[in-house]
Design a protein around this ligand. Structure first.
Ligand SMILES: Nc1ncnc2c1ncn2[C@@H]1O[C@H](COP(=O)(O)OP(=O)(O)OP(=O)(O)O)[C@@H](O)[C@H]1O
Ligand SMILES: [Mg+2]
Length: 311
């Protein structure tokens, strides 16, 4: 593995070259390990009464903060260990490492001599480095939220309404994991900056599609179309996907969130996703029944097949 030119950490990505299959598997494994470490850390924090929503304080936790308490009490001991294990998967970095000036206010305005700006979106500002690798900087908002997710509520004519809402660090880490599960562009989490809480990821460079190109026929193969009576989303191309048997809404794979990789495949670089709410599903028997069947057979219809002799 080579070293990242900015942080010096080991990196599996470089420019527009797709990493080998075993490197992709290792990347995917890293995403899952990081999410598991965050779940353990979150559970340990909740056990000692530390709030975890929003989760900015958690992900910016200074490991030394509780070293003294850790020895005195098993719950605090577990918190200390969980914090360290999480940090090992999500390093603290600084914007200066990327060539930004100290006390940067505006990444685009202040700029870095080592990064060429390519886009500033709602969630992130993206840059291209000299080796053509893409680096994205996700800025938290003042209330500690970052990126986006979905909020769900029940509707009259449709079972669930999904509305985009402010996200969390966990939701971002889940997004990167999902991008890779769906065969999207290889995405590596670089770390988070101590001062600003900026989440930094590195991604393989792809060729952009014509703006407004119709992507409805080129959605990732594992995504399942959701019958309109079950869900309405205020985003393009809402689809269903199972992550370890849990149903997720995955959406927003429009022309600006897919690129062509060096192998000619269209791959996701960004999406909007959230797990479907188990409590609301439980109130919708038809939806619950469809989810149970479609989990085993992606082509399952809205209604269960009924044998003639049952009619
Ligand atoms: N891997 C990549 N290869 C080529 N271009 C990229 C890549 N990643 C990002 N870009 C460019 O930067 C834009 C923004 O990236 P991305 O969608 O990840 O951020 P975003 O803040 O979520 O943007 P938006 O809010 O517009 O969806 C993309 O639409 C694309 O033009
Ligand atoms: Mg985008």
């Amino acid at each position: 593995m080579q070293a990242d030119p900015f942080t010096g950490q080991p990196s599996r990505l470089c420019g527009g070259r797709l990493p080998a299959a075993d490197d992709c598997r290792a990347l995917q494994h890293d995403h899952q390990r990081r999410l598991e470490a965050l779940a353990r850390f979150r559970a340990a924090a909740e056990k000692v009464g530390i709030g975890t929503d929003p989760d900015d304080d958690l992900v910016l936790w200074e490991s030394d903060e509780i070293a003294l308490l850790a020895g005195a009490d098993p719950l605090w001991g577990e918190l200390d260990e969980a914090a360290r294990a999480f940090r090992a998967t999500f390093p603290i970095i600084s914007l200066e490492e990327f060539g930004f000036p100290e006390e940067v206010e505006d990444l685009l305005g202040d700029g870095s001599p080592r990064l060429r700006p390519i886009s500033s979106g709602v969630e992130a500002t993206a840059f291209e480095a000299a080796d053509q690798s893409i680096y994205k900087f996700f800025m938290p908002r003042d209330d500690g939220r970052i990126g986006g997710t979905f909020e769900f509520h029940r509707g009259d004519e449709v079972a669930l309404h999904a509305e985009a809402s402010d996200g969390s660090y966990q939701a971002m880490l889940e997004k990167f994991d999902l991008i890779m599960r769906l065969g999207g562009m290889p995405t590596e989490v670089v770390g988070v900056t101590r001062r600003e809480g900026v989440l930094v990821v590195k991604q393989t460079l792809g060729r952009r599609l014509a703006e407004g190109a119709d992507t409805s026929k080129v959605q990732p193969a594992d995504l399942i179309v959701i019958p309109s009576r079950f869900l309405r989303a205020h985003r393009d191309h809402p689809r269903l996907y199972f992550v370890d048997d849990r149903p997720w809404l995955v959406a927003d794979l429009h022309s600006k969130n897919l690129v062509e990789a060096s192998d000619g495949q269209l791959r996701a670089i960004d999406l909007l996703a959230a797990p479907l709410p188990a409590d609301l599903i439980a109130k919708e028997p038809l939806l619950a029944d469809w989810l149970e069947r479609v989990r085993h057979d992606p082509r399952a219809g809205v209604l269960r097949a009924v044998h003639d002799d049952e009619l």
